[in-house]
Write a protein that binds this ligand. Structure first.
Ligand SMILES: C[S@@+](CC[C@H](N)C(=O)[O-])C[C@H]1O[C@@H](n2cnc3c(N)ncnc32)[C@H](O)[C@@H]1O
Length: 221
């Protein structure tokens, strides 16, 4: 059996193609980016601190720019791939390092936009606990990720939704298959149960979903 090359963001061609690639592969990318920025706007206080975790080329930071400016808030983008980081074009400062071992300061908003699926599964809960420890009262963690499949026939349907939209976007079938196989063991969907009862869903399309983790809200329930 021929095993395709493993997917990595530490690659100049992947980095250069990223902005085009995500929009081609994920038809909801811009819509969801603006929804995430809008949710963030509800939690960013004056002089607040925001983390964009797995920032890639700065998509989330750019969407937050107006709110950051008007509230005099600081953004720290974290991105471990030097190739992606070289193309960072967003506000704030950029830390080129592993988000899993980053020394987080108390913050108001952390955005995990399509990043959990690239963390080793056995480190995800510890990572989330570290974020929670540093979350200031009134703050939020926003998560968007690929989810572990639901059971039965609906699971097949959810994965076909994504597939059919990639084809509709003009991605070549062989590219879809090559990318899919290159992700084996590199991209592993998130088990949403690790997010806890605090997780309020705000988005679902095929296998991708988004949650607002607002602990203040839970305390009121
Ligand atoms: C799918 S992209 C994220 C998309 C991005 N948030 C956006 O808005 O377009 C995943 C990014 O996370 C980065 N990444 C993966 N594991 C990481 C880690 N442990 N620490 C920091 N960055 C990481 C990858 O290099 C890649 O740029």
């Amino acid at each position: 059996m021929q095993i395709p090359q493993e997917w990595t963001f530490a690659n100049e061609d992947v980095a250069k193609g990223f902005d085009h690639h995500v929009r081609e592969q994920l038809p909801w990318y811009d819509l969801l980016t603006s929804a995430v920025a809008y949710i963030g706007r509800h939690y960013i206080p004056q002089n607040g601190l925001v983390y964009d975790i797995g920032a890639s080329t700065g998509n989330i930071g750019r969407a937050l720019q107006t709110t950051l400016d008007s509230r005099n808030a600081e953004l720290i983008a974290i991105e471990e791939s030097a190739e992606m980081a070289a193309l960072y074009d967003g506000p704030g400062s950029l830390a080129i390092t592993d988000a899993l071992s980053f020394p987080y300061q108390p913050f108001d908003v952390a955005i995990c936009f399509l990043i959990f699926m690239f963390f080793p599964p056995n480190m995800r809960e510890t990572f989330l606990d570290r974020l929670k420890e540093n979350l200031r009262p009134g703050g939020v963690i926003i998560v968007v990720d690929k989810c572990e499949a639901v059971q039965g026939y609906p699971a097949t349907i959810l994965s076909r939704i994504a597939l059919s939209h990639k084809i509709a976007a003009g991605v070549k079938p062989e590219e879809i298959i090559e990318k899919e196989l290159s992700l084996s063991g590199v991209q592993r969907p998130l088990d949403p149960s690790i997010l806890g009862d605090e997780a309020v869903p705000f988005f679902r399309f095929g296998e991708f979903a988004g949650w607002i983790l607002d602990y203040n809200n839970l305390h009121r329930l």
